[in-house]
Design a protein around this ligand. Structure first.
Ligand code: FNR
Length: 331
């Protein structure tokens, strides 16, 4: 891990209520996948190309992955994250503690809306309309959550509700007065993806694909892109590290749509490895939360600055190129 990010995590741990720290940090089950997501990067190495005579462009293909409840980390919550995002794509969680319209208003770059399809399709449609009206540029449907993951740390703490004064604001007044809970349903299917596509002209991505066959089905459904992700080790503790699932999905998709990736990215070198394996961009989950908790908007900015600086340095050392043939396994 980049030491500056480790420092921000230490600071976040020191300032956060331990229950909220564990909500952010934790994973499902024995947290095997949580650890594997980071460990997978250590198993790979890059063979740099030399004498390429190239000045790198400075592009930084990173997105902020959707994470819930930013006001648990900092009073400014998602507003701080949005202000800090700069030109990185901000994928704003449906479970944000600031309404999506305010998130978009605070951002200067593109905001995409992350959606859990709600079994009541009227509610789903109302959420999509909120995202459209707010000015979101894409909808990202998270498809790895037919049920909530079982997080032992949260169960041990008895954490299942937001403290008074905080709410999943996008769910407010959707049907009738008051707040609706976010529902997960195992009945959600590809048919629902089609229905969301009929609702909106916004590009639709699916997030949480690991099986190459599902990637092919997604392409057939005309998705705009796919995010290879295991939800940061928070859903099924039996899946491979997200990085290990990436190449097969990239191969199955064969360039027809972009394949983004998240899970365990903790340094600029990690971003480089993911891109070399074919990711179109790398998503950052927990490090953004650590920056936010440690120092609000400035903390998130710091996370992105540190990652950008390190990524561009690594890219220069690789001759300005990243491709699959440059990735080898460590012995
Ligand atoms: C998440 N993630 C997530 N994903 C999603 O689609 N909707 C959501 O609301 C959330 N909420 C959420 C909360 C917290 C606390 C975490 C840590 C994660 C998953 C997230 O988008 C992403 O896939 C992972 O966080 C990526 O892994 P890293 O970077 O955290 O290792």
């Amino acid at each position: 891990m980049n030491p500056l990010l480790a420092e921000l995590h230490d600071k976040a741990r020191a300032v956060l209520d331990p229950v909220h720290h564990d909500f952010f940090a934790g994973g499902v089950g024995d947290e095997v996948v949580l650890a594997e997501n980071e460990a997978a990067f250590r198993r790979l190495a890059l063979l740099p190309r030399v004498l390429r005579g190239k000045q790198i462009s400075g592009d930084f293909p990173v997105m902020i992955s959707p994470t819930a409840f930013h006001r648990l980390a900092h009073p400014d919550g998602e507003l701080a994250t949005a202000r800090a995002a700069g030109d990185a794509v901000l994928v704003s969680s449906m479970a944000s503690t600031v309404p999506i319209a305010d998130v978009v208003a605070a951002a200067s770059g593109p905001v995409w809306f992350q959606l859990y399809v709600q079994p009541d399709m009227d509610v789903t449609e109302a959420l999509v309309r909120r995202a459209e009206r707010a000015g979101c540029e894409a909808v990202v449907v998270t498809v790895d959550s037919p049920v909530f993951g079982r997080h032992r740390r949260d169960l041990a703490h008895g954490f299942h509700d937001l403290p008074a004064g905080l709410a999943a604001e996008n769910m407010r007044d959707l049907v009738g007065p008051g707040l609706r809970d976010i529902e997960m349903s195992p009945l959600v299917s590809w048919e629902h993806i089609g229905r969301v596509q009929e609702m909106t002209a916004l590009p639709l991505w699916v997030k949480g694909v690991l099986h190459p066959k599902d990637a092919i089905i997604a392409v057939r459904h005309g998705v705009a892109g796919i995010v290879v992700s295991n939800h940061g080790g928070r859903q099924l503790d039996l899946v491979p590290a997200a990085l290990d699932a990436l190449p097969a999905v990239v191969d199955a998709v064969a360039g027809r749509v972009p394949v983004a990736f998240d899970g365990g990215v903790r340094s600029g070198g990690d971003i480089a490895l993911a891109l070399a394996l074919g990711a179109s961009s790398a998503g950052i989950g927990r490090p953004v939360l650590w920056g936010l908790a440690a120092d609000g908007e400035q903390g998130v900015r710091r996370v992105l600055d540190v990652l950008r600086d390190e990524f561009l340095h690594v890219l220069t050392l690789c001759g300005g190129e990243l491709s699959r043939d440059m990735v080898v396994t460590r012995c």
